[in-house]
Design a protein around this ligand. Structure first.
Ligand code: KIV
Length: 272
């Protein structure tokens, strides 16, 4: 029997927990600017993540580490101005929350006050427990992020699947249970075996949103530029491409160049 989906005028952290309880999968995509956020929100996405992947996608850095808190606030405020329905989650960037809980809270407050975002996301488990508690105590909703946490790429050494070994898998489950206990409203699980991800999702009542974590979790997230096929040199197994925008944009740009060179553009109707 199919269950009628509840219509949400605005998505809140509570809506997401409700969706999990009702068996409705959660959709999440990234956006870093006004125009993209407007399209993604208008299409009906549940959650927009202003990810620190902006460091790679927008700024061309090799990792997510260089992006600053000011830059994240700039991206997030552009997104917030476009959004009418989605819940906006903003990544706390590397270096803005790991050193001590007071600094973590200051960074989270800056995101909330200066960008208007609705919640923040942090990477890690027990090692950042005190920071998460501080942020939650201030009334700021927190999304966790476990598994392949790109801010720790120099510790891992590679972007391959995490938690394949029992010890790391056990620790990941423990961290997920802890994040739920602390009061986080959801967890992103990145690049872990599907069976483990499903076990985690079944062990907690808050939603688990996967990227490269299989279909047994409560929702999916992708980087928008990847799923649109704009970043054509990146092709992990988990990525489904819905367009080949790299090719389509290149064709459009070539046509424009050719039209300008040949004096076809502008024509009589395209001038005053
Ligand atoms: O920064 C980001 O885009 C992310 C997603 C990959 C989950 O954290």
């Amino acid at each position: 029997m199919s269950v009628a989906k509840k219509q949400y005028k605005r998505i809140t952290t509570k809506s997401l927990v409700e969706m999990k309880a009702n068996g409705e999968k959660i959709s999440m995509l990234t956006a870093y600017d006004y125009t993209m956020a407007k399209i993604v929100d208008g299409a009906g996405i549940d959650v927009i993540l202003v990810g620190d992947s902006a460091s790679n996608v927008m700024a061309g850095h090799e990792t997510t580490l260089p992006i600053t808190l000011n830059e994240m606030i700039y991206h997030a405020s552009s997104v917030v101005r476009a959004v009418e329905r989605s819940l906006v989650v903003v990544d706390l960037p590397f270096g803005s929350y790991q050193s001590d809980p007071k600094e973590a809270l200051r960074s989270a407050i800056r995101i909330m006050k200066e960008s208007g975002g609705h919640s923040i996301k942090v990477e890690g488990g027990k090692e950042i427990k005190e920071s998460i508690k501080r942020i939650l105590n201030a009334g700021i909703p927190v999304m966790g992020h476990l598994g392949l946490t790109p801010q720790s790429i120099y510790k891992f050494g590679t972007y391959t699947v995490r938690a394949k070994e029992e010890q790391e898998a056990d620790q990941l489950l423990e961290d997920a249970l802890m994040l739920e206990r602390l009061g986080c409203f959801a967890i992103v699980l990145e690049k872990v075996p599907a069976a483990l991800a499903e076990k985690v999702a079944k062990s907690i009542s808050i939603p688990v949103i996967g990227i490269g974590a299989g279909g047994g979790v409560d929702g999916q997230v992708l980087v928008t530029h990847d799923m649109l096929g704009m970043t054509h040199e990146f092709h992990p197994r988990f990525l489904r491409r819905y367009l080949d925008l790299y090719e389509e944009m290149t064709t459009a740009f070539k046509s424009y160049i050719s039209d300008v060179k040949s004096k076809d553009f502008p024509n009589e109707k395209e001038q005053y």
